[in-house]
Design a binder for this molecule. Structure first.
Ligand code: 13P
Ligand code: SF4
Length: 313
């Protein structure tokens, strides 16, 4: 007998074919969404996949800035975000007007914009980065001053890795700040063999305790290493599904059970089906903003990968 979800999965799959759609899914999505994906990945990989897909429709299972990035890269495709309320609070911690004011204070500065930002903010930035290529992007710049927006903790981490002095915007991820250094210390005692791997959106007090700092897909690659049998996972809980699925027999311990991004959890199978039926809600960046934002995204995509964190799957 088929369960309710099986029916939904079959309907989504049939409609996906009819619409010539592809389902791109972020590593934090619910397990059942990851399981129907054409591709699961981090922000950089999802942008790269959007850039090369031959599909007419992209169903983006992630948050708003990710769907906007796909629309910036693929203006001719329909980009669906099955719940239009799936935003990123960190991306909302900066506005174009406040960025203009900061640029006026530092007229010589280059603006590096974390991909977790609106299309309007990208349009006012010189180059984008993701957690997977941020260090290389900043290293590639020959600038007297760098304004890094909007994540102060990612910015701080990059400055420690590159030695570059950066002007940091005071934004942060409300989910990653729930990861506490004291809890990591307890888990290290409890699981002395475990490797501690954290996302660079974590606070510096957490980052110093880690064996590795990586993007979400960087964490998935690290977990496959033979010397990793147990891993304390310092990021959003949704990634545990992929880690366990890809590494049976290994142990994955969340660094915090509270590290849940409610926006990422807004996407459901029902909403994906509805969205493919209605071809809505579609995310479309205006051509005026897109033409400015694409320059910053393209500059990022041109920075060649030198680190293991960016090796393709
Ligand atoms: P990744 O690019 O590492 O997947 O991170 C995206 C994100 O939103 C982290 O909170
Ligand atoms: Fe934004 Fe944090 Fe959610 Fe990532 S986990 S989408 S940075 S709120």
């Amino acid at each position: 007998m088929k369960n309710r979800d099986d029916g939904l999965v079959e309907k989504i799959s049939a409609l996906k074919k009819r619409r010539n759609a592809v389902i791109l899914v972020h590593n934090y999505q619910l397990g059942e969404i990851q399981d129907i994906a054409d591709f699961v990945g981090d922000s950089l990989e999802l942008s790269q996949n959007a850039a090369k897909t031959g599909a007419d429709v992209i169903v983006f299972c992630g948050v708003h800035f990710m769907a906007e990035t796909a629309s910036i890269i693929c203006p001719d495709k329909v980009v669906l975000l099955p719940d239009v309320n799936a935003g990123c609070p960190m991306a909302n911690m900066i506005t174009v007007e406040r960025l203009w004011a900061k640029k006026e204070e530092h007229p010589q500065a280059v603006v590096v914009c974390y991909i977790n930002s609106s299309a309007e903010v990208k349009a006012e930035s010189d180059i984008c980065c993701t957690s997977a290529n941020a260090v290389e992007v900043v290293e590639s710049l020959d600038a007297p001053e760098i304004i890094f927006i909007p994540d102060q903790y990612l910015g701080h981490y990059i400055s420690t890795r590159t030695g570059k002095k950066m002007i940091l915007w005071p934004g942060f991820c409300p989910t990653h700040v729930r990861i506490e250094p004291e809890r990591i210390k307890e888990l290290k005692q409890e699981y002395p063999q475990a490797k501690v791997v954290v996302h660079p959106e974590c606070r510096p007090q957490v980052i110093v305790l880690a064996d590795e700092v990586a993007s979400t897909s960087g964490m998935c690659r690290y977990a496959r290493r033979d010397d990793v049998k147990e891993m304390v996972v310092g990021t959003e809980m949704g990634i545990i599904h992929r880690l366990r699925k890809e590494n049976p027999g290994k142990r994955f311990i969340p660094a915090s059970e509270q590290a849940i991004c409610p926006n990422m959890k807004l996407i459901t199978l029902e909403k994906i089906l509805w969205s493919l039926e209605e071809m809505s809600p579609a995310v479309k960046v205006s051509e005026r903003i897109r033409l400015k934002a694409i320059a910053a995204v393209d500059r990022m995509l041109e920075v060649k990968s030198k680190t293991k964190d960016q090796k393709p799957e």
